[in-house]
Design a protein around this ligand. Structure first.
Ligand code: GLU
Length: 394
């Protein structure tokens, strides 16, 4: 029997984030006191009113298939959310509910990419974008940024990679793993370049929308450049904002033709997202929103703490983030000094072995020399983790 995986399965790797958090969990199961700062998952519980809505749905027998694109109630809640929070207007045909924002992006790439197509991805990027592009037989084209450029791409960099083969560009702001966010003026400058390429689909991954402290209201590229409306797909979900990672509800909004193609892919794969989780997500979007500011405030406090601690370490270059719950220090100078550690992958291994702290190496995000620490965990744990990191690095 030949168990050779398909060429698609062979061209990609497992998500390094989940591989590292699985390793941390395995070590903990063996009795090791490992602090896991790998996966980005809010430590807060899902708010009580959201859980209550789901329990009620189960008891009422709301446990069957729903329409592929989501329940009418959740789609309405998504449309209202876009109008209320983002000043964006959509019809029901322009919305697709999926099993997490990750699934929305996957559907989009499966629906719109062909062999030979290129997708522009600014680095550092969320680990799954390039492999999702490869799974659609297309090619990721990476634009490099670094800590000096606050991890943001410049218009001339964008102009340099746009071409006949470009089919799509992905924006994620505030961004995972850098925490950087684009200003409206920066978006306008990038939008001016994109205006020369009217066939390029723009993806705005807004999943960290509610975790930002820029001092200005959240705005994506579509808010800054409304002319992109006919070719922008906005993806978002309830995971990060409402501490609902396990419920797996995300959604996409965009031109009807794109959404229809994504709908077709989803109808032949997962069908609808879980009926019960959809009721919970409806309660999240329609209910009390005070939890958003509360969570954001906690993340900001943790950000400030982690930043101060990282800045005190020798050879570590770190800039304040605008949002998310990740710190992304550049460890280049430190690695140079400690030749035995060689690179960010070895450094992450060293931190796991010596400090019992799990972090993700920057290479996974297209930024070798950096490491990512998730601070979606309590201050007490962070203090312990940073004490251990400091001891292992000095
Ligand atoms: N997006 C989160 C992270 O970057 C969760 C894991 C994932 O889906 O990649 O840690």
């Amino acid at each position: 029997m030949d168990f050779r995986p398909s060429h698609r399965a062979q061209t990609i790797k497992s998500s390094p984030i989940f591989s590292i958090s699985a390793k941390a969990a395995a070590l903990r199961a063996e009795g090791r006191d490992v602090i896991d700062l790998s996966a980005g998952e809010p430590d807060f519980d899902t708010p009580a009113h959201i859980k209550a809505a789901a329990i009620e749905a189960i008891n009422a027998g709301f446990t069957k298939y729903t329409p592929v694109d989501g329940t009418p109630e959740l789609k309405r809640a998504v449309i209202d959310k876009f109008a209320r929070e983002n000043s964006l207007s959509y019809t029901g045909e322009q919305i697709l509910v999926s099993c997490g924002c990750k699934h929305s992006i996957y559907n989009l790439m499966q629906a719109m990419l062909d062999p030979g197509d290129e997708v522009i991805i600014p680095a550092p990027y969320w680990v799954s974008y390039p492999d999702m592009v490869r799974l659609a037989d297309a090619a990721p084209v990476i634009i490099k940024t670094d800590v000096e450029r606050a991890f943001k791409i410049a218009p001339e960099q964008l102009r340099g990679v746009l071409g006949e083969k470009t089919r799509m560009i992905v924006f994620n702001s505030p961004g995972n793993p850098s925490g950087a966010s684009y200003t409206p003026a920066e978006y306008k400058a990038l939008g001016a370049v994109l205006a020369e390429f009217p066939d390029v689909i723009v993806v705005s991954d807004d999943i960290y929308e509610h975790i930002q402290w820029t001092g200005r209201p959240f705005g994506n590229i579509l808010n800054a450049v409304p002319a992109l409306h006919n070719r922008t797909v906005v993806v978002n979900g309830v995971s990060k904002a409402y501490a609902m990672t396990g419920w797996r509800i995300g959604y996409a909004a965009g031109p009807q033709k794109i959404i229809q193609a994504m709908h077709k892919i989803q109808s032949q794969s997962t069908s609808n997202a879980a009926s019960i989780a959809q009721v919970a997500a409806t309660a999240a979007l329609n209910g009390d929103q005070s939890v958003l500011a509360k969570h954001c405030q906690a993340f900001k406090e943790r950000h400030d703490y982690v930043l101060t601690r990282l800045r005190a370490l020798p050879g570590v270059d770190v800039v304040p983030a605008d949002g998310t719950f990740y710190a992304f220090p550049d460890m280049g100078e430190f690695i140079q000094r400690r030749k035995d550690l060689g690179n960010d992958v070895k450094l992450a291994d060293h931190l796991l072995e010596r400090a019992n702290v799990a972090v993700v190496p920057g290479s996974a995000f297209g930024a070798p020399g950096c490491i990512r620490l998730s601070y979606a965990t309590g201050l007490e744990t962070l203090e312990k983790a940073l004490d251990r990191i400091a001891a292992a690095l000095t």
